[in-house]
Design a protein around this ligand. Structure first.
Ligand code: UDX
Length: 433
């Protein structure tokens, strides 16, 4: 089979590469000449574990191609995936669909033979139907169907999520379209991955419902963590105690500085907006958004309290800047709110992040960047763990203590055990314990 993927960003690149690993002939189309020429040379624009070797393997095997030229590719494609960005529209939280609709129009002009046009980007309910009408209007003779096939890829684990998903959701209006989609995912039948075949609208809403539910789970445990601190309970034990109930499940119950990233913040806001538009508000998700928005300021307060009530004139060592480990992505990272808050209150900050520093430098220019975790700590008044990178899990505590002016650690990811830290002579503050 042959497919085209429009948009060689995170979702497009991972999906395209994984489809080529399945044996499908894939061409990723992007408007950026620079991105395409880099990809042709094997230079990957994002950090995703395992992606570079998989790209190389499939490029070498002649199954994965990159181009800026839509016209050459679309006529031969059995399916065209639209995987362009859907940023939050400024001001109102709605997803901005201009890139999706532009892609639909561009694709329509070059269709030849039966083609399934698939939305892979996270798009609000009704987008698939709008794509259908744009294509039909642009090219009245086109023989096509529209399908919705939302991704559930976690950054840092995206390849595994694509190759071994919990399920594949496919919204399609005809058997013919569904068959094309089933054929593309055929390699997953061997590992018995369930295919959830639905209408377009259901598939579109499923994606938002999944992300909103996960964001709710995180926010729930974060608020339980706050209560734990007040009543002297331990949130990790509470999470284990409830998570072992199969109806609740143990994943996504880690308390921390709030969720960030390219999906949860954007998708929860978009769902809230859609629900309001249809006069069917989802107040639970509205609360989740508000609670999570307020969380970084709370974390900054926690850091200040640990430093004796103020960070004025103090140096803070910050470990981790990305919204989670194993990514260089800084989008909506709690650090983007916590750092300015600490600076505003008079702190100086030295930070280290294994992959995010380059990008962080443009977003957080007023702090210094260290070459390793220990360099941040030289004469610092406190060290703060903001992202749970593996290399922060086994710090040499003696060395940390020697470097710090005062042995204060604020662990916003509950990486260390409170007893172990107090035995090591630290004033240790974590989340919900
Ligand atoms: C998410 C979804 O998991 C994925 O299915 C979707 O398609 C895209 O959005 P991603 O944003 O890459 O993926 O990261 P994820 O691992 O889900 O974490 C999101 C945020 O929640 C991070 O900031 C993380 O630190 C936070 N989180 C996650 C918690 O605070 N506690 C948890 O228990 C889990």
């Amino acid at each position: 089979m042959r497919i085209a993927i429009i948009g060689a960003g995170y979702v497009g690149l991972v999906s395209g590469t994984c489809f080529s690993e399945f044996g499908v002939d894939v061409t990723c189309v992007d408007i950026s000449e620079e991105r395409v020429s880099n990809l042709q040379k094997g230079i990957i624009p994002i950090f995703e574990p395992g992606l570079d070797t998989m790209v190389k393997r499939n490029v070498d095997a002649g199954r994965l191609h990159f181009t800026t030229n839509l016209a050459d590719i679309i006529p031969q494609a059995d399916a065209v995936f639209i995987a362009v960005g859907t940023p939050s529209r400024r001001g109102d939280g709605h997803a901005d669909l201009k890139y999706v609709y532009q892609a639909a129009e561009d694709v329509a002009k070059h269709l030849s033979g039966y083609t399934v046009i698939v939305t892979k980007s996270t798009v609000p309910v009704g987008t698939g139907r709008e794509v259908k009408s744009i294509v039909a209007k642009t090219n009245p003779d086109a023989d096509f169907d529209v399908a919705s096939n939302p991704e559930f890829l976690r950054e840092g684990a995206a390849i595994q999520d694509f190759m071994r998903p919990d399920r594949v959701v496919i919204g399609a209006e005809t058997e013919r379209a569904l068959n094309v989609m089933r054929k593309l995912y055929q390699p997953l039948y061997r590992i018995e991955v369930p295919i959830v075949a639905t209408s377009l609208e259901t598939a579109e809403l499923t994606k938002y419902a999944a992300n909103a539910f996960l964001a709710t789970k995180i926010t729930f445990i974060n608020e339980i963590a706050d209560l734990c601190e007040k009543v002297g309970a331990n949130v990790q034990d509470v999470a284990r105690g409830i998570g072992l109930d199969g109806r609740i499940g143990k994943n996504f119950l880690h308390a921390g500085p709030g969720y960030g990233g390219s999906c949860f913040p954007k998708d929860t806001r978009a769902l809230v907006r859609t629900a309001q538009d249809y006069n069917s508000p989802i107040s639970i998700v509205e609360s989740v958004v508000a609670v999570n928005d307020a969380r970084p300021a709370k974390m900054a307060e926690k850091i200040m309290a640990a430093c004796g009530g103020s960070v004025k004139g103090k140096k803070i060592a910050l470990l981790g800047l990305t919204f989670k480990p194993n990514t260089d992505d800084m989008r909506e990272s709690p650090s983007l709110y916590i750092v300015p808050e600490l600076l505003k209150n008079g702190a100086t900050i030295a930070a280290f992040d294994p992959k995010g520093a380059e990008h962080a430098k443009t977003l957080l220019p007023d702090i210094t960047y260290a070459a390793d975790p220990y360099e941040t700590m030289q004469d610092a008044d406190a060290v703060v763990i903001l992202t749970e990178w593996n290399e922060f899990r086994a710090l040499q505590l003696d060395r940390v203590k020697d470097l710090l002016k005062t042995p204060i650690m604020v662990d916003l990811r509950n990486v260390y055990k409170p007893e172990e830290m107090s035995e090591a002579g630290f004033t240790y503050v974590s989340v919900g314990r």
